[in-house]
Design a protein around this ligand. Structure first.
Ligand SMILES: [Zn+2]
Length: 252
């Protein structure tokens, strides 16, 4: 039996499957891993000086200059075959929840319904002075795409609802993700090297709670030893094959 078939059988036998996705899930959509040292994004900038909450408070202009190319990529990106495969697994009734480290909204745009975003998103922004929350509508998006600092009526600055270095993960999302990790009987890790704590603790929690695990990632990870199926490969190639194999089993 191939690893793809083995993964498909685990999915078909599962009652509550959860997926955990990371930067590798969106590389086929043209979004670089912005936390990875070799992504090119940190060659000029020290992350702590541009993408930390302390840097944002001291000098928001530097932050918005830094995020501008990323904001353009997010506008242009489209969901890829890996996103689509997870939608199919949800529609077949297996996948219940996606826990993601990505901020790109691509799971939702592909059609996935329950997505827990551990590192926030770019759909809304919050004033760091009066805590007013506003949608990042086309108008505010244009301000960000031009590299300008979006200002609140109170004189404060709007920060996109992404989690910067030095910020806590959103408590409600983290609690829900933790509950899903404890509850699931099958966890699929897709496109994450599990190097960014505390998000990376969640797959280990699932296995400790008794879940089986599948991991699909380009490079080996510290999680491989805990997984029941380990596939070294590109999620955009592998996940559609797994979804197809599940469909074939269902048709039998
Ligand atoms: Zn304000």
């Amino acid at each position: 039996m191939t690893k793809i078939q083995r993964a498909a059988e685990l999915i078909r036998a599962s009652k509550h499957m959860v997926a955990f996705t990371g930067a590798g899930h969106s590389t086929a959509s043209g979004i670089p891993d912005f936390r990875s040292p070799d992504s090119g994004l940190w060659e000029k900038d020290n992350p702590m000086l541009v993408a930390s909450i302390w840097a944002f408070r001291l000098n928001p202009k530097t932050f918005f200059n830094w995020i501008r190319p990323m904001a353009h990529l997010l506008v242009e990106a489209r969901p890829n075959a890996a996103h689509q495969a997870l939608v199919e697994l949800e529609e077949m009734g297996f996948l219940k929840t996606i826990i993601t480290q990505n901020i790109d909204n691509l799971h939702q745009r592909a059609g996935s319904r329950r997505v827990l975003e551990l590192h926030g998103h770019m759909r809304e922004a919050t004033c760091i002075r009066c805590y007013k929350v506003v949608p990042i509508d086309p108008e505010l998006q244009q301000v960000i795409l031009r590299g300008k600092v979006p200002e609140c009526g109170c004189g404060g600055v709007f920060k996109p609802n992404v989690i910067l270095f030095g910020e806590q993960l959103p408590v409600k999302v983290l609690n829900e993700a933790t509950a899903e990790a404890r509850r699931c009987d099958l966890l699929l890790v897709a496109g994450s090297s599990l190097e960014v704590a505390p998000a990376s603790d969640i797959p280990f929690l699932a296995v400790e709670s008794g879940a089986q695990a599948i991991i699909v990632n380009l490079q080996p990870t510290s999680f491989d030893a805990y997984a029941h199926v380990v596939i070294d490969g590109d999620v955009a190639e592998i996940l559609p094959q797994i979804a197809q194999a599940v469909r074939d089993l269902e048709a039998c």
